[in-house]
Design a protein around this ligand. Structure first.
Ligand code: 5GP
Length: 190
């Protein structure tokens, strides 16, 4: 038996690419992977729960936390701030679990600088048209918000060149299988 080594995994990808569904499936199958719940200044979407999807906070409180050094990384995305709680990540790694961050590419770059051993995975859509269709199809954002999010697509694509892996989310099952291979969850992490 090989000695298990816990790791920090980052998953990024443009809005609407289906990161959430892929991650949900991954977490269901591997209970030693713990997802970090981020802080955000954006408003909850219908059905989202505080402490489950995000910790929702005000910009003032967020900036105070930034000053206190509470975030491992943070970034502004589409007019809102998002940050990863440092304590959760460090404690969870210390306890022997893998940690998964679902963050934007700006945050991923910050983590890569601080923790070069982190594994960066970018989820790409099969095509730009498919991405637009998925983003519009989920009916969670206004036209204006969708436009704003699509403005980030090229920027994120450019940043993805610095990622360790790119996984095309053609089907959830394929994407999950590819990620399992990358993170050693197919048959090597035993
Ligand atoms: P959404 O508003 O759709 O939930 O998230 C918008 C973007 O913010 C997504 O790309 C998501 O991955 C990213 N995001 C979520 N949490 C964090 C975080 O803690 N840090 C950073 N840098 N990005 C985050």
């Amino acid at each position: 038996m090989r000695k298990k080594k816990n790791k920090l995994f980052i998953i990024s990808g443009s809005s609407g690419v289906g990161k959430g569904t892929v991650i949900k499936s991954l977490l269901k199958r591997h209970d030693d992977i713990k997802l970090s719940v981020s802080c955000t200044t954006r408003n909850p979407r219908p059905g989202e729960k505080d402490g489950e999807n995000y910790f929702y906070t005000t910009r003032d409180k967020f900036m105070k936390d930034v000053e206190n050094g509470d975030f491992l990384e943070w970034a502004e995305f589409s007019g809102n701030c998002y940050g990863t709680k440092k304590d959760f990540v460090m404690e969870t790694l210390k306890n022997g679990n893998h940690v998964l961050l679902e963050i934007d590419t700006q945050g991923a770059m910050q983590i890569k600088d601080k923790m070069p051993e982190a594994v960066l995975i970018f989820i790409a859509p099969p095509s730009y048209e498919e991405l637009v269709s998925r983003l519009k199809g989920r009916h969670t954002e206004s036209e204006e918000a969708i436009k704003k999010r699509l403005e980030f697509v090229d920027f994120e694509k450019e940043n993805s060149k610095k990622f360790d892996y790119i996984v095309v989310n053609d089907t959830v099952e394929n994407a999950v299988k590819q990620i399992e291979k990358i993170i050693g969850k197919d048959d090597t992490d035993k």
